[in-house]
Ligand binder design. Structure first.
Ligand code: F6P
Length: 529
């Protein structure tokens, strides 16, 4: 059992774990006829069935009590009130303000942020309309056909995932592309297929200092300038950043600069102007519906009692498996081709947020924090790693996500998809223990949560993402860590700045022996070719 049980509020959960650690899910269903309704929650169009988890209502209630005693309700209030809960950086955490109703007052340092949020939403909507209706023209006078979002991490994964997920809602003349990697193999083939006269680049970077993004943006800038002259840059670049002066220095016109604020974490920023590629693909109305869906989940999270609160229950189950059952990983398995990128997106959201080793006071945490989040889309994943899920020594709690209705006419396909989704959760739970051959034996008792939405729409997708965001916050709160900084990504970036000149010089003697030798080997091979 992880050390969380030794800390005061969680101690009372131990007796429930002792009672349930060897319990069989099938027996739990037999002993409680109301298990399914008792362990299901519906919020903001998302139906969550938690009943196939190795827990019961009493244990979940004990976890809720522990979370309450640990101050979760207060922390939740503090977030919505704009308190600087990102204490290590002295910042508020207000992605909820980005999708809040304009009438709501949300203060940072005594100032209502909502007028600025509204103004930026409107400025973005104006640029989106101009690009979509063809009134924005490029250096040759032609309307824009392609938009390339250059950004990485939170300035890429969210907009990329949502744009792909909402493909059935795409409309208008624009094709939206994403470039993230510093590897020229990302940008080069895209440039080769695009026409500079009809291409606009969005440079998306909260800091506007990120090496990958600036390298790609500078290459794109040269490509535009070579085709249309320096003057063309103003008609072919938009910047999305919390660092407006740097976007000005890059040469982006004031009119094409959209801003957000330091109280928006990069990995929580798709609701801000960082979501512009989504709006370009689906239109402003659908983007608003995405925000509205997230807002509905925010309202539920803010007001529902902990015991009926969907994101809270997701988080407490996460704590239950991480600490009491000591599960080191968690799988996310969307049965929806459109959600193929959801596990990647959630990896950053969860692991960059909660992959921390010290608490708010800088003391080493006494327990493990974020588990490894991984996953893949069903049914493909069934033919890849599900073998391990069913028979491996290492059982993995999993989220299955499906839409009841598809956006296509292939009803038979969708029936099969849903059947597979439900069958897998049942198979994991029930197993097959009536066989003599050990190779064909399925242990069962492997837990999962099933999430259903009526259809994958902007609103239900917004709600689903917001649920995961709040889950991450609640888990971080339980661990007493700051989910909203990410100092762990800095060291590698700093070292890269030392390695690059060494690589250029072919001499890494200032670096560690292994890296120095690799640099020598690279230099030698380069000379030989
Ligand atoms: O990888 C670290 C990180 O700072 C992420 O948190 C962020 O989403 C990403 O880099 C991109 O940062 P920016 O938007 O400032 O370019």
């Amino acid at each position: 059992m992880g050390a969380i049980h030794q800390t005061a509020p969680w101690r009372h959960v131990v007796e429930h774990f002792d009672r349930l650690c060897d319990a069989d899910l099938i027996d739990l269903f037999q002993s409680d006829g109301d298990r399914v309704p008792g362990l299901s929650v519906k919020a903001a169009g998302v139906h969550a069935d938690f009943s196939k988890n190795r827990i019961d209502r009493a244990a979940l209630d004990a976890l809720c009590d522990a979370a309450e005693a640990h101050g979760l309700a207060d922390a939740r209030r503090a977030m919505f009130e704009g308190a600087p809960i990102n204490a290590t950086e002295g910042r508020s955490v207000l992605h909820v303000a980005l999708r809040a109703d304009g009438y709501r007052r949300i203060e940072v340092d005594g100032e209502d942020v909502m007028p600025a949020v509204q103004a930026e939403r409107e400025k973005m909507a104006g640029l989106v309309s101009a690009l979509r209706d063809g009134t924005w023209t490029g250096f040759s006078g032609q309307p824009i056909r392609d938009v390339v979002n250059i950004g990485i991490g939170g300035s890429d994964l969210g907009p990329r995932m949502v744009t792909a997920a909402l493909a059935p809602f795409h409309s208008g003349p624009l094709s939206v592309h994403f470039v993230a990697n510093l590897d020229g193999a990302d940008l080069a083939p895209k440039l080769a297929r695009l026409d500079p006269a009809t291409t606009v680049f969005i440079v998306a970077s909260k800091s506007f200092t990120t090496m990958e993004t600036l390298t790609n943006a500078n290459t794109a800038r040269r490509w535009i300038a070579e085709a249309g002259g320096e003057g063309a840059v103003s008609r072919h670049f938009i910047a999305l950043s919390a660092n407006p002066s740097a976007t000005g220095e890059f040469g982006i016109d004031e009119a094409n600069r959209l801003t957000f604020w330091d109280w928006v974490g990069g990995r929580f920023s798709l609701w801000s102007v960082i979501g512009m590629p989504i709006a370009l693909a689906v239109g402003n109305e659908h983007f608003d519906a995405l925000l509205a869906g997230a807002r509905a989940m925010d309202e539920h999270f803010e007001t529902a009692p902990l015991a009926e609160n969907l994101p809270v229950l997701m988080a407490l189950l996460g704590i239950w498996y991480r600490h009491f059952f000591e599960r080191p990983t968690h799988a996310v398995l969307p049965y929806d081709e459109r959600l193929e990128l959801l596990p990647n997106y959630l990896q950053q959201a969860e692991m960059e947020s909660n992959g921390k080793g010290v608490d708010m006071d800088g003391e080493a945490v006494s327990m493990d924090t974020a588990s490894v989040l991984w996953g893949g889309v069903g049914t493909n994943a069934q033919h890849a790693f599900f073998q391990m899920l069913h028979q491996g020594t290492h059982w993995v709690p999993a989220d299955f996500i499906a839409a009841i209705n598809p956006h296509h006419d292939l009803a038979e396909h969708h029936e099969g998809l849903l059947a597979n989704c439900l069958a897998q959760t049942a198979a994991l739970m029930i197993g097959d223990r009536e066989v003599d051959d050990p190779h064909r034996f399925f242990p069962g008792n492997r837990p999962s949560t099933t999430f259903l939405v009526d259809a994958l729409t902007p609103a239900t997708l917004g709600a689903l993402i917001a649920a995961y965001e709040h889950k991450i916050f609640c888990m971080g709160q339980a661990w007493g860590i700051n989910s909203f900084d990410q100092f762990g990504v800095q060291l590698g970036k700093t070292l890269a700045k030392r390695v690059q000149p060494a690589l250029r010089a072919g001499n890494g003697s200032e670096l560690d022996p292994s890296t120095a030798e690799l640099i020598t080997a690279i230099a030698r091979r380069r000379r030989e070719h």
